[in-house]
Design a protein around this ligand. Sequence first.
Ligand code: MRU
Length: 350
Amino acid sequence: MPKPTIEWIGGVDGVARIIDQTKLPVEFGFVDISTADEMFHAIKTLMIRGAPAIGVAAAYGMVLAVARGEFADASSYEMALAQAAVYLKSSRPTAVNLFWAIDRAVKASLAAGSAGVSAMKQALFDEARLIHEEDRVVCRKIGQVGQEILPDPARVLTHCNAGALATADYGTALAVIYRAAEMGKTISVYADETRPLLQGSRLTAWELADEGLDVTVLCDNMAASLMRAGKVDLVITGADRIAANGDTANKIGTLGLAILACEFGIPFYVAAPASTFDLDILSGDEIPIEERSPLEVTEGFGRRTAPHGVKVYNPAFDVTPARLITAIITERGLIRKPDRDSIARVLHRR
Ligand code: MRU
């Protein structure tokens, strides 16, 4: 079982302990996060990343923002809670789990309002714990549902990191692979390096190899050649936000893979929890796409690889249209040919 990327240590006034993913694969270590500012920084700098893990981290960030505070009355507590929500929501824009988890935590805390400030703090903490615990169960269910589409043997291409490091348990896309391995299926994984921050080679290859799974790293621009050589049976990626019509935002480069998979007749799957769907937006055109620092492209990992002053295009995510997605693997079942109707049908099933 992979190591948990986030844990809570102590009670309502405790701390969050995270694996610092920016150090992997060279160093493996934990950092204790004890304030909302530290959590904001950890999310923004990708010490903790991946949509479901960001959601859990943000919920704990809300606890850190208010749990140790002294509040004269309920309304000053509620004001602090609202400010913390706005602040933590500004850490990253694309993964909807961040907003979903914060809103859920705030709602639970306010619902306990009549019982006083310490009851509201306790309700906030309990909800953060529940969000964390639920994601564990969800990962396991996604892993199981994914077996419907995973042959034995299978060669799977994945992108970015949608594994244990990105969730509360063993992932979304990688949950399907971990579960298959548990069941004795013969699975080999190709992990796209995932420019510019290399989540595929630094994180996916690290966690799969650590679990003894067969993994091969390739640079992003080698995927077409790999597919043409007939070495990929299916593609599975994670997601950061899925619109009501099935358009899916995920790590930059996912769209290119989906187009390639279509060209080569290879099934393209997305694995994601219900918390990654944003049914309030009609299509992927409405998904906010994070633009990150040019330095990630021009001097990633401390070495300059482009001339000083050159202009840089660095969106962190792209949107894959639903028509290129064979199915979405969720904890509530498989959504084949995702569209408004098929998504609504499966998500409303509990
Ligand atoms: O910028 P990141 O590393 O947070 O991007 C992560 C991804 O795009 C993942 O594929 C996605 O969040 C799914 S994680 C289960």
